[in-house]
Design a protein. Structure first.
Length: 278
């Protein structure tokens, strides 16, 4: 008997990184994982792997920012399994760059993926869980959901927004037996950084007066690499969020993420800014 036997768990952004690791982990624990992302070939390969290990996976490929794709994800899950036990809102990407240079359209796009689409999908899943009188919604935020940094504050703002609506949802949905949990990963080695650098390539190449700041931040990222976690570390926490009788409102992981949040809590803002600028 596994902890998640037969539970239907939707995971967005399952074609890579944290979502993919979560799909493998939760399927090993007996969950039927409904995996979604734009790259269908990646999802096919993941499904084959999961099934080879005697797990169950169901693919609904799509773009999270597309309203019809979100509706199809929920409808096909219900048609196939008749219920949704958990939703892991994981799809997302980072928008880098100084506020002066990031086009408003790029800022809107980042919010569209990380925030509005997360809400759109959650709105479709809530009535199903409310009817069941049970369910869990796990929102993958970030340490960036509580710490905003130079050259990253657009992304950080999307995650701060995820934290805020998660706090609201937690209270709104508790009476219906639905638990809402936020997960705050630190630096995890995935495709995330590559995607973020690609998204911001134009800005980085024409950084002008911000070139020095970009260089300093790049050095900091390089130093942090030594502490970076693996997607499996976060998959472990997602498993905990789905199985704890009384899950915490938020989990930060790995250790360096907890440390950063503690330092942020303890230091006055100016001192914290100084530490960030080192
Ligand atoms: N890595 C880190 O250090 C870190 C730290 C804190 C928080 N996080 C958060 O963790 C989550 C997962 O990131 P990751 O590190 O695993 O990055 P990743 O390796 O780049 O994976 C991102 C996933 O999101 C999917 N995705 C992106 N845009 C999408 C869209 N429009 N529609 C559907 N799917 C979309 C991608 O799939 P397709 O491209 O195939 O669509 C991919 O499966 C994100 O929310 C990220 O903000 C990451």
């Amino acid at each position: 008997m596994h902890r998640l036997d037969g539970q239907v768990v939707i995971i967005t952004g399952a074609s890579a990184g944290i979502g993919e690791a979560a799909a493998r982990r939760l399927a090993r624990e007996g969950a039927i994982v409904v995996i979604s992302a734009r790259r269908a070939d990646r999802l096919e390969a993941l499904k084959r792997d999961i099934e080879a290990a005697n797990g169950r996976a169901f693919i609904v490929a799509g773009d999270i920012t597309n309203e019809q794709d979100r509706a199809r994800l929920v409808q096909e899950t219900l048609d196939e399994f008749g219920r949704i036990d958990a939703l892991v809102n994981n799809a997302g990407y980072g928008q880098r760059g100084p506020i002066e240079l990031v086009p408003l359209d790029a800022i809107r796009r980042n919010f569209e993926t990380n925030f509005f689409s997360l809400i759109g999908l959650t709105q479709l899943v809530i009535p199903v869980m409310r009817e069941q009188r049970s369910g869990r919604i796990v929102n993958i935020s970030s340490v960036a959901g509580r710490i905003a940094r130079p050259l990253s504050s657009v992304y950080d703002a999307t995650k701060h927004a995820v934290e805020a609506i998660s706090d609201g949802l937690r209270g709104e949905l508790a009476p219906f037996g639905i638990k809402v949990v936020v997960i705050e990963p630190g630096f995890i080695i995935t495709e995330f950084l590559g995607v973020a650098n690609e998204e911001a390539r134009e800005i980085i190449e024409h950084a002008g007066p911000y070139a020095e700041t970009f260089e300093r931040v790049a050095k900091g990222t390089q130093r942090l690499r030594k502490l970076a976690g693996r997607p499996e570390d976060i998959a472990d926490v997602i498993f905990k969020a789905l199985t704890a009788d009384s899950p915490r409102a938020r989990y930060a992981a790995p250790g360096h993420a907890q440390f950063a949040l503690a330092v942020k809590r303890l230091l006055p803002t100016r001192l914290f800014d100084y530490v960030l600028s080192r």
